[in-house]
Design a protein around this ligand. Structure first.
Ligand code: ASP
Length: 344
C-alpha cells in the first residue's frame, strides 16, 4: 500500500506577499495563485499535495476585520479533516491580531496553522516572501511519529517561528518584522529547521471546536503622560462597551490622580471589565509592585501578566462572545488558555 502524501491547504488572504509587478505598467498587482505551479515550479519538488484557496476579494491586512477571522476559522474548520496542515498568507500589518484570534477560535487544534507574509512582494527580485512561503510549507508539513510537529497557530517570518498569540509586529522595514517578547521561538531556521520542541504546545487529540461568537464591544486605551480626563471619561462612556484594555506603563503602572482612579472604579462597578496590559514589548504586569499600580488592583482592574495587546483583544472578544459568567471571564483572563501568557 502506498503511503498517503502529506496534504496542505494554502489560504491566501491578501497582503504584500501576494503581489507581483505588472510587466507592462510596473504597478503592484495581486499574484495569480491559480497558476502557482507555473509561477513557482519549485513547489513541485515538495512531495506534498498542496491546494490553494484564495480570499475573494483579497484584503490588505489593515482592512482585516473580525468577520474575516471568522471566515478564516470556518475555512479551516471545513477543510480540517482533509489536510495535514494549513499555511495562511496574510499581510504583515495585522497578522499578529489574526494569529491571536485564530488561536482562541480554534480550540483543540492538533494541526499546524502557519501564518506568513512578507515585507517585499513575491514578484520582486529581492523578495523575502519566497523563503517565508517555502519554509512555512515545510513547517506545516513537519511531523514527528506521524503527529504534527507544530500543532498550533504560529507565525513564520524571516527565520523565526513564533507562537501566534505571543507576537507583535515591531518593524516596518526589516525582514525580521515580528517579535515574541515574552515567549521563546518555536523554531529557528538556518541550514536546518531547529524546532524548540519543549516550547511547542502538545496536541490533545480532541476534536476541533471552532468558536465564532466574538463580541466586538471591546476597546483599547493607551495611557500617555498628560492623558486628559476627557479622553478617559469619553472612552469609558462608549455605549455598550463591555471591556477595556488599558495599556499601562512598565509593569502595569498608571497615574494615581483621583479623577483617573475614580473614573475607572465607577466603570468597573458599572460592569466594565478593565484589563491591564503593558505597553512594553517584553515583561509582565505586576499589580502592586509599585504604588502606581496598587490602586488599580484594589479597584478591580484585572492584571494581564505578559499578554500582548493583540492577544488580549481577541481573548476578550472570545470570552465575552462565549457568554461565560463574569467571574469566570475574570478568572480566565488571568490564566493561559492557549499558551498566550506566562504566570510566575
Ligand atoms: N499593508 C500590507 C498588509 O498588511 C503590508 C504587508 O503585507 O506586509 O496587508
Amino acid at each position: 500500500m502506498t503511503e498517503e502524501k502529506i496534504s496542505l491547504l494554502v489560504i491566501y488572504t491578501g497582503g504584500t506577499i501576494g503581489m507581483t509587478q505588472d510587466p507592462v505598467t510596473g504597478a503592484l498587482v495581486p499574484f495569480n495563485f491559480g497558476n502557482i505551479y507555473e509561477q513557482m515550479p519549485i513547489l513541485k519538488r515538495f512531495d506534498y499535495r498542496i491546494d490553494f484557496f484564495s480570499f475573494e476579494p483579497l484584503v490588505d491586512s489593515s482592512n482585516m476585520k473580525p468577520s474575516f477571522w471568522i471566515r478564516l476559522a470556518e475555512i479551516i474548520e471545513s477543510n480540517y479533516e482533509n489536510y495535514d496542515g494549513f499555511v495562511v498568507l496574510h499581510g504583515s500589518d495585522t497578522m499578529a491580531y489574526t494569529a491571536s484570534a485564530l488561536s482562541f477560535m480554534l480550540e483543540n487544534l492538533n494541526k499546524p496553522v502557519i501564518l506568513t507574509g512578507s515585507q517585499l512582494p513575491m514578484g520582486v527580485i529581492r523578495t523575502d516572501g519566497r523563503e517565508n512561503f517555502l519554509t512555512s510549507i515545510e513547517i506545516a508539513a513537519s511531523k514527528d511519529d506521524n503527529v504534527a510537529t507544530v500543532p498550533e497557530v504560529a507565525i513564520f517570518f524571516k527565520n523565526q517561528l513564533m507562537r501566534g498569540n505571543r507576537t507583535t509586529k515591531f518593524n516596518a522595514e526589516l525582514f525580521n518584522a515580528f517579535v515574541s517578547g515574552n515567549y521563546p521561538l518555536l523554531a529557528e531556521v538556518g541550514v536546518h529547521i531547529r524546532f524548540n520542541r519543549n516550547e511547542i504546545l502538545k496536541p490533545n487529540f480532541k476534536k476541533l471546536k471552532v468558536h465564532t461568537k466574538l463580541d466586538f464591544n471591546v476597546t483599547i486605551l493607551k495611557l500617555f503622560p498628560g492623558i486628559s480626563e476627557n479622553v478617559v471619561k469619553s472612552t469609558l462612556a462608549i455605549p455598550g462597551l463591555k471591556a477595556l484594555i488599558l495599556e499601562t506603563f512598565g509593569s502595569g503602572n498608571a497615574p494615581t490622580d483621583a479623577w483617573f482612579l475614580n473614573s475607572l472604579e465607577e466603570a468597573i462597578k458599572g460592569g466594565l471589565l478593565i484589563y491591564n496590559v503593558t505597553q512594553c514589548k517584553s515583561g509582565s504586569v505586576e499589580l502592586g509592585k509599585y504604588e502606581t499600580s496598587l490602586d488599580l488592583g484594589r479597584i478591580g482592574v484585572i492584571g494581564g501578566y505578559d499578554i500582548t495587546t493583540e492577544s488580549a483583544l481577541s481573548k476578550l472578544m472570545y470570552l465575552i462572545g462565549e457568554g461565560y459568567p463574569k467571574e469566570r471571564i475574570i478568572e480566565l483572563l488571568q490564566k493561559p488558555i492557549r499558551g498566550e501568557m506566562t504566570i510566575e
